[in-house]
Each structure stands twice: as C-alpha cells, then as structure tokens.
Design a binder for this molecule. Structure first.
Ligand SMILES: O=C(O)CCC(=O)C(=O)O
Length: 471
C-alpha cells in the first residue's frame, strides 16, 4: 500500500506504461478509502432482471437519468476517490502535470454477461465518433496529448470473471472504427453498458483490429487495485464465466487544453448518448488551467434542499424504504413529479380507460402552484418517515428458494412434496400461463423483488430457477 510520501512509480512501471500503454494493478488506496467508494456504489444501485438477465442499474442525480455515467458529479465518495492526491500523483508521474477529471463510468458484469470488445477510447469521444456535431472532446490540433484512464476493481477481477485485457503497444497506432448494428457493437455483451452507451442511437461501432497480430495481456486485479492506461491503448474485457459479479469503475482525465462537450457553448446540452450535460462540470485535480475553455467547479451547484431530495429519492429508487400503498403512494409520486418538473402540463387521461394514470394526474394537478423547492421538502419529509428495509437481509440460498418452489408446486397440484421433481419442466406439470404468472408474482413478493414475467420461460424448472435467483 502506498503512503502519502511513498507515492512513486518505479522506473520499471514507468517503462511498462511507455511501452505497453498501461500499468497495474497498483495498490494505492487504504481499505477505508476504497470501502467508502464501494459502499457508495452498493447503496446507490439495484439489481433488476431485464430480458432474463440480471442487470445493475444506477442513477445520475445531476443528469436525472438512469445511467452508470458520471456518478461522481453527485456522490462525494466517488469524486474524492478519483481526486485523491496519491492517485493524481501517479498520473503526474506518467507525464501530465495539469489534469481535469471529466468522466467516470461504472462497468458491471453480472454472472454470464458477455465481453466488451476491443476499443481505443480517444477516438470514441472526438468528432469521428457518432455525431460529428457532438464530440464529447475537442482536442487541440497541435498537441501530442496524453489522456489517462484509471480503472478500479470493485470486486476481484479475475480472468474467469472478465478482467481487462490490453494489446501491448497499440497506443502508438490509431485504428479505424466501423459502424455496426447495436447487437454487434462493442458494448453489446454487457446490458447496463449497452443501454447507457447505445442510448437511442440506431447504430454502434467496433474497431478494425485483429488481436492475433499483437501481444495480448490479461490484467487481473484484486478489489481496490488500480490499473492506469492511456486512452490510445486497445483494450477489452472478456465475458464473466463465474457465478459472481464483476464490478469496476473508471475515471477519465484530460488536459485543460481539451474542450469538453464543446456543443454546450452553442446551448446544445444533449450529448451524443442523449444525456443532458447542462450541469456537467470537471474537477481540476492537479496543476493549473490556463485555457478557461471548460466548466470547472469545486463541487456541483445543487443546494441543500435539492441534495436532500435526491438522497431521499435514491432511498426509494434503490429499495431502501418500504413504500406505502394506495393514496399515500400516489401523494409521494405526485410530489416527486412536482419537484422534478413543476406544474403538471400533461393532458388529462381518460378516467375510464386509464384509471390509475388519471388518479396520478389528478394528484399532481392538485399541487399546481407549489414551488419545486417546497415539493422537494414535502417529499423528503414523507420519505424520511418511511420504515427502512433491512439491507442485511440476504437473498435466500438456492436450497431455500427450491424448498419454497417445491412446497408451492406441491400445494398447487395437490401432491406430496417429495414427489415434486425439480428437474421436470414447469410445462410438464401443466402449469398454465395464469398459474405461471401467479407463481412469479407470489415468488417476487416472498423475495421482495420485481421478477420478470418471462422468468419461468427462461428458467424452465425448479432447479435452474432457484440457482438463477440465488446467484
Ligand atoms: O470494465 C470493463 O470491462 C471495460 C472498461 C473499459 O473498457 C474502459 O475503462 O475503457
């Protein structure tokens, strides 16, 4: 572990970086520094099932959308981690005295999730990327710039779990990007990333790159360890073939001479991933900024009422409080809408055709004239009074889920439990679609989780369903 006065890369490490384009894994952080980061990501996320695949979802409270991107703009433990002087000192030693921290991204690979294909980062952000009018970065023409990425393993990233791989020396060369369909794109294998990155775009990209022509090196890392790489080096991560999650987060740093989201200067705040970057800002983490071409701040511009409101909304979003049913739930939802959007501008829904929507609309409409800060305060007060959900309550093991399913099927089919065959397909038990839907609903209620209606279709017997849910 490096201490404050031992923050020195060895000559070998500096050479490794110069020759291969990356260095690591490095032990930089104290366990307490890393725990703060990990805890923040665990608390402000939830796991959902989408199309039969578990997916970790995050929310950006500055951009107000579900995304794994730029969570450091709201969450201090994430920002502090990537501003940490020990880490920044390492980046300085690799050749950059002046650095802006402009972007972070969480990469989650749940068990069974696929690869992130080979890519270089620096031409993923310039005008040659997706929309020439909306480059994320505009590099100065006359500089041999060096942009840096720090990647941190939140869980152990082994080869089996899909750690990073680098093609050594590729940072000396620029590879061509090819336009492909979203299903073939570089992030297609990882659900949360595909959704964020792909957004509403019609196409994606891969690189014209043959790994057999290069020396490829896998870079496993233990939880808390750091890998630093230049944005020019080709890298990828293979699929997660283990039964455990592999979580990582990266941060990207540029020189202050690089313009970040230049299109915002024309009051265009929607970036090429359809994220609203109006409140985006960068941190000057070292040296000076002689250019003044970026929005650089010490911290975000939210006031205390807004911060409290967003924290309370996250408790709801990530299932940390037990929501009431009925009228009080609708009151909470309408206060949220008033706080986020102000007075209701929606058209009145048909009370017969859309009764629930109509009641919601009415409740929101009744708040007309309530200021957004006032709605935020009322919302925060209501959420603060809700009972917390015990986060320590672990998901039952597969044996427990299996026992529940056996008992359920036995009762439904009026047979003895020991005669229920856990490997037999549900359809062989003649469970109709209504029975399956009720089973899924009751199972979800028991597990206190939302389950996909296609669950029994994707995991067609007790054995596989129990294993899947327990993982
Ligand atoms: O975490 C991963 O699997 C990929 C990370 C990556 O591609 C990046 O940090 O640029």
């Amino acid at each position: 572990m490096l201490t404050q006065d031992q923050i020195k890369l060895t000559e070998g490490q500096i050479k490794h970086f110069a020759q291969k384009g990356w260095v690591g894994p490095l032990d930089v952080f104290l366990p307490s520094e890393f725990e703060a980061l990990k805890q923040c990501l665990e608390t402000h996320s939830s796991v959902k099932e989408v199309e039969g695949q578990q997916m970790m979802t995050f929310y950006n409270n500055i951009m107000n959308l579900n995304t794994s991107r730029d969570l450091h703009l709201f969450h201090k433990p994430i920002a502090n981690f990537f501003k940490n002087p020990k880490l920044v000192s390492l980046l300085n030693q690799l050749g950059e005295p002046n650095l802006l921290l402009w972007n972070t991204n969480v990469f989650c690979k749940m068990p069974g999730e696929g690869e992130i294909k080979w890519h270089q980062v620096y031409n993923s952000y310039d005008p040659s990327a997706y929309d020439p009018q909306k480059p994320a970065l505009l590099y100065p023409k006359d500089e041999n710039f060096l942009n840096l990425t720090v990647w941190v393993a939140i869980d152990d990233a082994t080869i089996e779990k899909g750690c990073l791989n680098f093609a050594n020396g590729t940072h000396e060369k620029k590879f061509r990007r090819l336009q492909v369909s979203p299903e073939e794109g570089m992030f297609a294998g990882v659900k949360n990333h595909k959704m964020v990155w792909q957004g509403r775009r019609q196409y994606s990209a891969v690189f014209d790159f043959n790994e057999n022509e290069w020396t490829v090196e896998a870079a496993p890392a233990k939880a808390g360890q750091v890998i630093i790489f230049t944005e020019r080096v080709m890298h990828c991560s293979r699929g997660n073939n283990s039964a455990q999650r592999r979580l990582g987060i990266n941060a990207r740093y540029v020189r202050p001479s690089v313009q970040i989201y230049p299109h915002r200067m024309q009051d265009d705040f929607i970036d090429e991933n359809f994220h609203n970057i109006k409140r985006h800002f960068s941190f000057l983490v070292s040296g000076c900024d002689d250019y003044g071409i970026n929005i650089v701040r010490e911290w975000n511009d939210l006031d205390d009422t807004e911060v409290e409101f967003h924290n309370m909304a996250n408790l709801v979003r990530f299932g940390h409080v037990k929501l009431p049913q009925g009228k009080q739930q609708i009151e909470i939802e309408s206060l949220y809408q008033q706080a986020m959007e102000g007075d209701c501008q929606q058209e009145e829904p048909d009370p017969i055709l859309q009764p629930r929507k109509y009641i919601q609309w009415q409740a929101w409409h009744q708040l007309k004239g309530t200021s957004r800060p006032e709605a935020m305060k009322q919302y925060s007060q209501l959420i603060a009074e809700l009972p917390p959900i015990d986060q320590q309550k672990k998901l039952p093991l597969d044996e427990e889920i299996k026992a529940w399913l056996v008992a359920y099927v036995a009762k439904l089919l009026k047979m003895e439990s020991h005669k229920v065959d856990c490997t037999l397909l549900f359809e062989r038990y003649a469970l109709g679609s209504a029975d399956s839907a009720i089973l899924t609903g009751e199972l979800g209620a028991w597990l206190e989780r939302d389950l996909s209606p296609t669950l029994l279709y994707n995991y067609p017997n007790i054995e596989t369903l129990a294993k899947h849910l327990a993982s």
